[in-house]
Design a protein around this ligand. Sequence first.
Ligand code: F6R
Length: 619
Amino acid sequence: MGYIGEMSKKNDPVNVILAGLKREEYRGYDSAGISFFNGKPCVETLKVAGKIAALERLIFEKKPETSHSAIIGHTRWATHGIPNEINAHPHTDCGHEIAVVHNGIIENYKQLRNMLGHDGHKFVSSTDTEVIPHLIERARRTGSRTFEESVMEALKELIGSFAVLVLCSDEPDKIIAARRGSPLLLGLGEKEFFVASDPMAICEYTDRAIYLNDGEMTMVTEDGYEILNYHDGSSGKSEVVKFDISLANGHAKKGEYEHFMLKEISEAPEVIFNACKGRIDFETFSVTFGELDEFEEKLKRVKKIMFAACGTSYYASLSGKYIFEKLPDISGAEAFYASEFRYHHPKIDADTLLISISQSGETADTLEALREAKKYDALTLGIVNVSGSAIAREVDIPVYCHAGPEIAVASTKAFISQVVVLAAVALRLSELKGGESEERKTVIRELGNLPEKVALVLAAKNIIRHVAEISQKYGNFLYLGRRYNWPTALEGALKLKEISYIHAEGYPSGEMKHGPLALVDNSFPTFAIAVKDEVVYDKVLSNLQELKARGGPIIAVATEGDSAILELADHVIFIPETLPELSPILAVIPCQLFAYFVAVLKKRDIDQPRNLAKSVTVE
Ligand code: F6R
């Protein structure tokens, strides 16, 4: 994030940057730093290993005085080099006259580093980023170029993705910002400007911004800004957009909850309600999707549906795939890990609908899969939670989850909203392609019942905490589910891994006997999703018998009234009966709460687990 504004105005530049970085901490939180000028010829840089709170403490101790209001700051998620103070951004040139913060990856940094090293440049960090200030320094020295010309020259040498902010002692009242691949926006205030990775960072100060395009750079002073294409110096397009200031509203407070994760799980009933609101009419059994209207004809022609997403969003797409397949007149759907999408190279054409699913809307792998599909003229639809995010802006049809900000790194309410929105999109597509359908009505009716049923699952919180207390001693877990709840098992295992750091594997229950069963003994428990489903329930019970015969402890999520499961499982968490295809929406909640309570008992950093970031903006 960068800030520049009229000195002596209401905003202290250091505080503006700290507040903005705190809002961007979801992108990474292993080290942080700021650079500014304090009347000396060199740039002053303060950096720490750890979170923004550590940087805040350092700033409180040092009480930095800024002589110019231009200031840049960064919170890091390590790609190259361990998360320590030296590798934290900003990085500077040999003379500490240039400071740079960077998101993305410079793929040719090794060659550049060797070349610059030959020319006598001294590197102190292990990062890819450090080549940027040195490249600018070289351009500035060799051709006595201006600050702007030097940055342009340096950017041309970079291969990879970047959003960069640069300060230079030649013009201490200016920030230069540029991007390729990684998001960057310029926030417009009154005699003050902000540059940041996303609107979250600046929504406290302004709701007007310009999203820079790939290949653009902006030169910002307190008097104004200019946008250029850094390849040829031509003028950039500068469309001012107003973003939704509700991003900043009270949703992002923990309130009565100890952690954001628990708060977000507890929001499930309203999340389902909001995902359906204005879309599903529970009286007429119809689905209206304003966003889809303009594309109705194209949607009717769609022959192939593909999902591309990562992590939890990918598991939501696996769940959604079953709903798509179940509804009439939809030929089926394929789900891909976004990071693998381009290697499969399925035959994409203008009759293909690519659905990108992403809470943040900024995930680099998902964005690249989307760009790949666009090359082949596919129609693109994004199921996204953060409005104005990169994916929302790049797809033909942005469809919002309306789940409210998700702050905890472990995704919980986003999964629920994504599955509900996928169901709503599937219903609309099925309606567009066919006529009346009893099956659709059944799904719609049950979606209307879900908020109440989810509230009942949440009410079983104490039972789940008790099961977590008994089970937290184990070092490994197998998560099993069949058919609709195979994705739930995968998601349950992911939740446990990421916040408790306990090893867990998700499997389709039927696969267990083909290998993983070898792991099972009385110290290797299984968390099974064994809800009522006329097609697979009996088979799941047989799979659990096989585990029991080997002494494996069993925790089961089952449907209320099921007595057979009580004979098999050591602990049972009951959920209300629902349609099998919608059961993941209920069954995932015990998985989320179980992981949460185990992690609390293990005293983990619940909302910001180690090594992770809320939004993964590198491929
Ligand atoms: C897991 C988790 C991640 C994300 C993944 C995709 O709890 O949060 O697996 O689901 O990084 O992120 P989005 O949905 O923002 O694209």
